[in-house]
Design a binder for this molecule. Structure first.
Ligand code: GRF
Length: 203
């Protein structure tokens, strides 16, 4: 099976996925890591593991749709089984989502539908939630709202700052993202409306 991973930054989820592949927990390869940011640290991580990378500069395109159509063509050439958004900080246009219907996943650092959009960890702190977490979901045209594949609940501690909470959530992201990808690639995930059914899920 074949993955394409889209990133914009640090790439720690990408790293967790690479680790899962290299330790043979996931039977797949990453054929391309694509970034919209030249300085994304994740590009270095990918290169260090012998993975092909591309930085595509959005400023060369006059519209988001134009950019997305261009990257969709690049991605199609890889014939991916799954497109993995791992800290990809651009909203995908409807055209892109239509082109890969049901084949795009994302990780979001909250228990969706709580705290969608940017700064989810900060939103949880400001709201005073005692529990937050992270969610892996299929990408649909509604931002951070597609069918949920797996979630992890994470406590908010009284002394938490945005940094400490984000770090705690991140350690769970690194566990649930590879797990969800494994299930999907093994053909064990079925979507019925909003509901995701995983065959023989062991947590
Ligand atoms: C993570 O918090 C993820 O939930 C969010 O963006 C961040 C990406 O981090 N979508 P990294 O680039 O994987 O380290």
């Amino acid at each position: 099976k074949n993955l394409v991973v889209l990133i914009s930054g640090r790439g720690s989820n990408l790293k967790a996925i690479i680790n899962a592949i290299e330790s043979r927990k996931i039977n797949a390869k990453i054929s391309l890591v694509l970034s919209n940011k030249k300085e994304a640290k994740g590009l270095e991580i990918a290169k260090n593991h012998g993975i092909k990378t591309k930085f595509i500069d959005p400023s060369f395109f006059s519209s988001r749709e134009g950019y997305d159509i261009y990257i969709a063509e690049l991605i199609k050439k890889e014939k991916p089984d799954l497109i993995v958004l791992a800290g990809y900080m651009r909203i995908l246009s409807d055209e892109f989502i239509d082109a890969f219907e049901g084949k795009i996943v994302n990780i979001h650092p909250s228990l969706i539908p709580a705290f969608q959009g940017k700064n989810a960890q900060k939103q949880a702190l400001e709201f005073g939630s005692l529990i937050t977490g992270c969610s892996v979901h299929f990408v649909t045209k509604d931002l951070d709202s597609g069918p949920v594949i797996i979630q992890a609940a994470v406590p908010v501690l009284p002394e938490d700052t945005e940094e400490t909470l984000s770090e705690r959530i991140l350690s769970y992201e690194h566990r649930i993202y590879p797990q969800a990808i494994k299930w999907i690639l093994e053909g064990r995930v079925k979507v019925e409306g909003r509901k995701v059914i995983v065959k023989d899920a062991k947590y």
